[in-house]
Design a protein. Structure first.
Length: 294
């Protein structure tokens, strides 16, 4: 069963009772969600009150808690600290993984990302054979930085030649950032469940980034968010704003069906097999990344 994603975007008192998450709003009956069914909890209002017992219960039930800022963008992330009994063993092996292994895994991730970008464009009737050629050329560690070359082709083909990811004034970037933050939280949750540390990356290694591995693993999945944002833009005849209806569409990325070696699975469920395959590669247990096809 897929874990539920709950977003609270109005003043509320959030607490737990008898294994249930209770959301109380003035003048309304409390909303209840079984903690065992919950996967992601998003807090998006400054007047939300949350008990310490709620945070502890979320940790015990492997629930990710996301707090948004004044611009409705996810700003903080709380993850369970002991969701795998062999966490210490796996993290030690993760920290010691050899550079050739990291480069080989990164090669696969970049190739799958470019392939996913090509599928996203094809979904919108924009066939770009150059991306398929770039994907086939990716070598160990992506020494030629084909990821960046593909990105230039991809963004101009999807949103137009004037679009740039660094343009904070473009509302499309706000939607993309929200979707990526939610996706990152789901990936980080799966990483912890697999017994790995989200801060020890394969390629990303910024000392100020606490989620380098999550940033690595989400790369081939980003086009899922891109496609949703494209759909929002296509179906919107007015100025794009971060409204509840749009956030609902972006949150649905985690429940979208993906192709895996176990058949079609919601993305949030498929992430666990993906993160586990990374751990197996790192620990020498198996040999193939199981990246969901979005």
């Amino acid at each position: 069963m897929i874990s539920r994603i709950v977003e609270i975007s109005s003043p509320a008192y959030v607490h737990v009772r008898q294994g249930q998450l209770l959301v109380e709003r003035e003048g309304e009956e409390p909303a209840k969600v079984p903690l065992e069914d919950l996967g992601v909890l998003i807090l998006d209002h400054p007047a939300i009150r949350l008990t310490q017992a709620t945070l502890a219960a979320c940790g015990e039930n492997a629930v990710v808690v996301i707090a948004s800022d004044s611009k409705h963008l996810p700003r903080s992330l709380t993850l369970p600290s002991d969701s795998n009994s062999l966490h210490g063993k796996y993290v030690a092996m993760q920290a010691a993984v050899a550079l050739p292994t990291r480069k080989r895994l990164w090669q696969t991730i970049v190739r799958k990302k470019i392939e996913a970008q090509a599928r996203c464009l094809a979904r919108w009737g924009r066939e770009v054979p150059a991306l398929d050629r770039l994907a086939a050329r990716v070598r160990c560690g992506d020494r030629e930085n084909l990821e960046a070359q593909a990105a230039r082709i991809y963004w101009s083909s999807l949103f137009g030649v004037e679009f740039g990811r660094s343009d904070s004034s473009n509302p499309l970037n706000g939607l993309l950032n929200y979707g990526y933050a939610v996706l990152r939280a789901g990936v980080a949750r799966a990483i912890c469940a697999a017994g790995l540390h989200p801060g020890l990356g394969l390629h990303h290694h910024n000392q100020y980034d606490a989620f380098c591995l999550a940033d690595d693993l989400m790369e081939p999945l980003r086009p899922a968010v891109d496609s949703v944002v494209m759909a929002i833009r296509t179906g919107c005849d007015q100025e794009l704003k971060m409204e509840r209806a749009i956030k609902v569409q972006l949150l649905a990325v985690l429940t979208m069906p993906t192709d895996t070696d176990m058949g079609a699975l919601p993305l949030l469920s498929a992430l666990h097999g993906y993160a586990t395959s990374v751990r197996e590669e790192i620990c020498g247990e198996r040999g193939a990344l199981r990246i969901p096809a979005v």
